[in-house]
Ligand binder design. Structure first.
Ligand SMILES: Cc1ncc(C[n+]2csc(CCOP(=O)(O)OP(=O)(O)O)c2C)c(N)n1
Ligand code: SF4
Length: 275
């Protein structure tokens, strides 16, 4: 008897019936489209994909997909995702969050996820602000950004996620822009195809608390250089660009971390916790 062929799914099959409650014009709508397009491009099925997030406007993404989802605790998405991928290496695990979630409260997990190189794709929607809690500065907020809470700016230098990811050992580093959902989908798909910890910074404007970010569409451009597999070269390039070069900026060959002790999967682990 011949096997029944399963038809590949199109992007809309990965969108749930929940309507996003993001502000009109928020960049995260397009990032959601990029996720679903990437899943379709990779020929995935929702039952084999898990989208894990922390807390924030951007972290609402799992509910808007038809995949399994885990909308967890602020800053702890990578910890949950790492455990899941180690226990269930058969699943495709994608992690989503914002710059506050990822680099402030979640900063330590970010460093160690890069270092561990578990086969995950981490997509951070960076709007240089805490959107959900109404506009506090985040680690990527420019030091001279003036707001009600920072009347003279923060005076603190910004965190540089891509460089820090490279220094900590991430195996794939890219920058995307929400205003180009097809380009972002291609980058996210390439990140997911690349074994190990893949990090994608998506510039995703917060039109409510950073309306000036609507101008990002005029500032972004394709990176004028080819992807490199040399982390030192990638760091030099990223340190000297203006933050608006889009593309895959580094792709390495590190072997993903997958401890043999848990290859029996979740059932094996659960035996130790049986009452
Ligand atoms: C332990 C804890 N501390 C603080 C908060 C409050 N909080 C919720 S979302 C958020 C920041 C979200 O900003 P970001 O991650 O940049 O996402 P955005 O909303 O901009 O997408 C904070 C501080 C919380 N939910 N839990
Ligand atoms: S507050 Fe900002 S990040 Fe949050 S939904 Fe509105 S525009 Fe998007």
């Amino acid at each position: 008897m011949s096997a029944v062929a399963i038809a590949p799914l199109a992007a809309p099959a990965f969108k749930s019936d929940y309507s996003p409650i993001w502000c009109p014009g928020c960049g995260d709508y397009s990032v959601l489209s990029s996720f679903t397009k990437a899943f379709a491009q990779l020929g995935l099925r929702p039952e084999n994909v898990v989208v894990v997030s922390g807390i924030g406007c951007s972290s609402r993404i799992p509910a808007y997909t038809t995949c399994y989802g885990f909308h967890g605790v602020h800053g702890r998405a990578l910890a949950a995702a790492t455990g899941l991928k180690i226990a269930r290496p058969d699943l495709t695990v994608v992690v989503a969050g914002g710059d506050g979630d990822a680099y402030s409260i979640g900063g330590n997990h970010f460093l160690h996820a890069c270092r561990r190189n578990v086969d995950l794709t981490y997509v951070v929607m960076d709007n240089h602000v805490y959107g959900m809690t109404k506009g506090q500065p985040s680690p990527t907020t420019e030091s001279d950004w003036v707001s009600k809470l920072t009347p003279t700016g923060t005076g603190v230098r910004t965190f540089h996620p891509l460089v820090i990811a490279l220094a900590a050992g991430a195996n794939f580093v890219a920058r995307a822009f929400s205003g180009d959902p097809n380009g972002s989908a291609a980058i996210i798909a390439e990140a997911m195809r690349t074994p190990g910890f893949s990090f994608v910074e998506v510039l995703s404007p917060c039109v409510t608390f950073r309306p000036e970010q609507r101008e990002w569409k005029k500032q972004v451009r394709p990176a004028p250089v080819e992807t490199t597999d040399d982390p030192a070269r990638a760091v030099r390039r990223i340190m000297t660009d203006d933050g608006f070069n889009i593309g895959v900026l580094y792709k390495g060959n590190r072997k993903p971390y997958q401890p043999e002790t848990v290859t029996g999967g979740a059932a094996e682990l659960e035996k130790d916790f049986a009452l």
